[in-house]
Design a protein around this ligand. Structure first.
Ligand SMILES: Cc1ncc(COP(=O)(O)O)c(C=O)c1O
Length: 443
C-alpha cells in the first residue's frame, strides 16, 4: 500500500538512496547529476561530513528547546555568522523553519513595525506579479504566479501587485534606458492609488527565481525602489530564499546592487539541504522601532531556532566561508553560462540563456526571433526535464508564465557550488540532446 499523498498522483516516484557531492543515487543503482541542487537548496553538495558531524554532536547534547525559554550556543553562533555575511546595518536574525515561514514572518514583522512606529493604518504589502514567495495563504497572497494562486483565490488577502521588471519581456513594451524605469515608477503609482497611509512594505525577489528563472533587474531599479520606499515610510523587504548565501556569486543578491534593504528572507541555502531552517535578517532601523516600542515581537514558531537546525546551518555557513564557495559560485557560474551559450545558443527554440552566479535560466520560444512562446499545455520544460531525468541529469522546470504570467517557458539550473567543469559538459550535452528531441518531435 502507498500511503503518501504525493503532489503528482499519477507519477511513479523513484526512491532515493544517498547523495555525494553533486550526485544523488536511487535504490535501483542509477546516479543523477543534480543540476538543480534539489531546488536551489543543496548548495554545498551532498554528504558533507563536517555538517553531519556537527548535527550529530548537537543531537548528543540536546535536540529541542523552546525558544521562549532558552537560547542555545548554536542559535547565537548561527545568527552571528549570518550577520557577518549580511549587508551593513543588518543587525538581528529571526529564525523559523523554511522559506514560506520566513516570508510570512517578514509580513508580520513589517506590520508590527508600523504599529511600533505609531502608523497603525499601514498594513498592505505591495509585491510583484511573476514572483514566488511561498505556499501559505499570506505568502501566496503576495506571490504572483497565477497558476498557483487560482484555486485558493477566495482565501487570498488584498495585497496589491505591480508588474515584474523584465527587460526581455517588458510589461510596458518599452526598452531600457529610454523606459526611464517605468517598472520601478509603477511602485509609486500603486502606493498613491492604495493610499500611502495603508502601505507597510514592498516585497520582491531581487533576482527572480523559478517563476522567471534568473531575471535580473536593470541598473538603477533597486536605487529607485529604495527612494520610493523611503519617501512613503514603507519597508523595502527582499526574498532571498533562493538567492541568499552565495547562489548569485555574492553573499546576498542585494550586494550586486549596492542597496541595503530593511529585511531579508533566507532559507534554502541556509540549511543546505541538511536541515529545514529559514530566517529573517532584520536591519537595525527596524530593530530600533521595537526597542523604543513594546520590546515584544508578537510572532514565533514552535521549532524556530531548533538546536540541530542551527548547528547544521552553522556548519553549512562555516563550510561555505572556509572553502570560499561564494567566489566559486561566481566563477563557476560564468564558466557554466558560457558553456551553455556555446552549446545551446544555436538551437532554434532556445530564445535566451542568462544567469548570475550559479542561478541560470534557459528560455524557450516557438519563434526565436519574435520570442513567440509555446502554448502552455505543450509543456516544453516538462518534456526537457523528463528527457534529462531519464538520462541521469536533474534540472528544474521553471513555472510557465515567463512572458506574460501565463505563457513563456524557462528552465532553471542551480547546481551545487562544488560542481566541476566535467559535470557542466555532461549537463550541456544532455540538455542539447533533450532540446533536439523536442525540436524533432514538432517537425
Ligand atoms: C523565492 C522563494 N521564496 C519563498 C519560497 C518558499 O520556501 P519554502 O518552500 O521553503 O517554504 C521559495 C521556494 O521555492 C522561493 O523560491
Amino acid at each position: 500500500m502507498k500511503s503518501v499523498f504525493y503532489s503528482s498522483l499519477d507519477k511513479v516516484y523513484k526512491t532515493i538512496d544517498r547523495g555525494e557531492g553533486v550526485y544523488v543515487y536511487d535504490n535501483e543503482g542509477n546516479n543523477y547529476l543534480d543540476c538543480a541542487a534539489g531546488i536551489a537548496v543543496s548548495n554545498i553538495g551532498y554528504g558533507v561530513k563536517e555538517v553531519i558531524d556537527a548535527m550529530h554532536e548537537q543531537a548528543k547534547k540536546i535536540t529541542y528547546v523552546y525558544g521562549g525559554t532558552f537560547t542555545s550556543e548554536a542559535k547565537e553562533r548561527l545568527a552571528n555568522q549570518i550577520i557577518d555575511l549580511a549587508p551593513d546595518g543588518m543587525e538581528k536574525v529571526f529564525f523559523c523553519s523554511g522559506g514560506s515561514e520566513a516570508v510570512e514572518s517578514i509580513i508580520k514583522i513589517a506590520r508590527q513595525y508600523q504599529i511600533e512606529k505609531e502608523n497603525p493604518s499601514k498594513y498592505k504589502i505591495i509585491s510583484r506579479w511573476q514572483s514566488y514567495h511561498g505556499n501559505t495563504i499570506a505568502t501566496l497572497s503576495v506571490g504572483g504566479r497565477p497558476s498557483w494562486r487560482e484555486k485558493y483565490e477566495p482565501f487570498l488577502l488584498h495585497m496589491p501587485h505591480i508588474p515584474q521588471c523584465n527587460c526581455l519581456h517588458c510589461p510596458y513594451g518599452l526598452s531600457y534606458p529610454s523606459c526611464k524605469l517605468n517598472c520601478a515608477e509603477a511602485l509609486e503609482r500603486v502606493i498613491k492609488y492604495e493610499g500611502p497611509e495603508s502601505v507597510a512594505a514592498f516585497l520582491i525577489e531581487p533576482v527572480t527565481g523559478t517563476t522567471a528563472c534568473a531575471t535580473v533587474p536593470p541598473e538603477g531599479y533597486m536605487q529607485r525602489i529604495r527612494e520610493i520606499c523611503d519617501k512613503y515610510d514603507i519597508l523595502f523587504c527582499v526574498d532571498e530564499v533562493i538567492t541568499g548565501l552565495g547562489r548569485t556569486g555574492k553573499a546576498f543578491a542585494m550586494d550586486h546592487f549596492g542597496v541595503v534593504p530593511d529585511m531579508i528572507a533566507i532559507a534554502k541555502g541556509l540549511g543546505g539541504g541538511y536541515v529545514p531552517i529559514g530566517a529573517v535578517v532584520v536591519h537595525k532601523n527596524v530593530v530600533n522601532a521595537f526597542e523604543k516600542g513594546t520590546k515584544n515581537l508578537m510572532h514565533s514558531f514552535t521549532y524556530a531556532g531548533n538546536p540541530i537546525a542551527c548547528a547544521g546551518g552553522s556548519a553549512v555557513l562555516k563550510y561555505i566561508v572556509d572553502k570560499d564557495l561564494i567566489s566559486r559560485s561566481e566563477k563557476m557560474g560564468k564558466i557554466f553560462l558560457e558553456k551553455l551559450k556555446d552549446g545551446l545558443g544555436d538551437l532554434e527554440i532556445v530564445s535566451d540563456v542568462r544567469g548570475i552566479g550559479l542561478l541560470i535560466g534557459i528560455e524557450f520560444a516557438k519563434d526565436k526571433e519574435t520570442k513567440e512562446p509555446f502554448e502552455s499545455d505543450f509543456n516544453v520544460c516538462g518534456k526537457i526535464t523528463k528527457y534529462c531525468f531519464d538520462h541521469n541529469l536533474i534540472v528544474a522546470s521553471g513555472i510557465s508564465g515567463t512572458v506574460d504570467g501565463i505563457k513563456g517557458d524557462a528552465l532553471q539550473l542551480s547546481p551545487p557550488f562544488v560542481i566541476e567543469e566535467k559535470d557542466m559538459d555532461f549537463a550541456v550535452a544532455t540538455l542539447r540532446d533533450a532540446i533536439l528531441d523536442v525540436i524533432n518531435s514538432i517537425k
